[in-house]
Design a binder for this molecule. Structure first.
Ligand SMILES: O=P(O)(O)OC[C@H]1O[C@H](O)[C@H](O)[C@@H](O)[C@@H]1O
Length: 311
């Protein structure tokens, strides 16, 4: 048994990262650059997130993989650069994190706050506090909580979209199913954001996918059939879910992504995209994402609902 610990150390290219460890051996890594989670391992030391072998860790380029916070804009849904600027700014240790409900079992966490640059008001003329708490639960669950506060001194309202851009590591994308999004409406980024209704039983992958599922349930499951592992996402305050896999052609076009790596990743991103979140001066918004990885009780096409959708 290890002792739970949170350690600040140097990561790739001398960039600082936090390493969180829990008693049964699970761990997570969070970089101050981008406030980005780059690793999440289970009790057996198996990596659960995808991080590209070609990820550069060279600011101002965003790190390809892990979990980045897209804020204040998701994708091209606005006038800012793709996915906003939070993922390519330095974050720092939050000196005054707001109180969380007391929870004696969760001590392994780090509180970060986004440092806006002096140039940022030119592209986004607002003042805000953007906080992120990353918690590793004793059982190895990973919990991200964001708080965004409008601190505009001039009383101005602002609006934003936000996503946790999560790259799950999967064994073989063609053997993966996503459950929880069937029958929902989605907008298709590959077809000029046209709106469709999902028809199938569950989502499977055989070509490029880039969709925003709208108003999803709070729980979504990603079943890695070959590894017999199911990722369960539970989310609050983030009604939508982006599902993305670049497939072969787009993979080749990305400098920081290996040609065949699309086979081993899937992005399912808890997000607030369709409806912007609007905060009046002084108001705060809170959203959270909880991830767990459990052995699949998936067999002959059926998820065991007891295991996945309860509890
Ligand atoms: O290359 P990036 O800016 O990190 O974006 C990678 C991908 O992220 C999202 O999932 C979007 O829906 C995609 O359209 C985009 O290609």
């Amino acid at each position: 048994m290890e002792k739970p610990s949170v350690r600040l150390c140097q990561g790739v290219n001398g960039l600082e990262k936090f390493v969180l460890r829990e008693i049964r051996g699970s761990s997570a890594e969070v970089y101050l650059y981008g406030g980005q989670v780059t690793s999440w391992k289970n009790d057996l030391g198996e990596e659960l997130l995808f991080l590209s072998n070609k990820a550069t860790f060279s600011p101002p380029k965003a790190v390809r993989g892990g979990i980045s916070v897209c804020f204040p804009q998701v994708g091209t849904h606005g006038a800012l650069e793709q996915h906003g600027f939070a993922r390519n700014r330095m974050w720092s240790i939050d000196p005054a994190p707001p109180p969380f409900p007391p929870n004696s079992t969760n001590r392994t966490y780090v509180d970060l706050i986004l440092n806006l640059s002096e140039e940022d008001p030119k592209i986004w003329p607002h003042s805000c506090e953007c906080r992120l708490r990353v918690t590793l639960g004793p059982g190895g669950d990973l919990l991200l909580t964001s708080r965004i506060r409008n601190t505009n001194a001039d009383g101005k309202t602002f609006s934003f979209t936000l996503a946790y851009h999560t790259y799950f590591r999967v064994t073989d994308i063609s053997e993966v199913r996503v459950e929880g999004l069937e029958t929902l409406d989605y907008t298709d980024n590959l077809l000029e954001k046209e709106r469709f209704t999902e028809q199938g039983d569950a989502i499977t992958f055989e070509s490029e996918v880039d969709r925003v599922y709208l108003g999803t349930p709070t729980k979504i499951a990603i079943i890695d059939h070959e590894r017999k592992r199911t990722f369960v996402l539970r989310k609050d305050g983030l009604p939508d879910a982006v599902v993305w896999n670049p497939w072969d052609k787009k993979a080749k076009a990305m400098a920081d992504f290996g040609d065949d790596e699309y086979k081993h990743m899937l992005c399912v991103e808890a997000a607030a995209v369709e409806k912007q979140i609007t905060l009046k001066a002084g108001e705060e918004w809170k959203g959270r994402l909880e991830l767990s990885a459990v052995p699949s009780s998936y067999c002959s096409g059926q998820l065991d609902p007891q295991r996945i959708f309860e509890g």
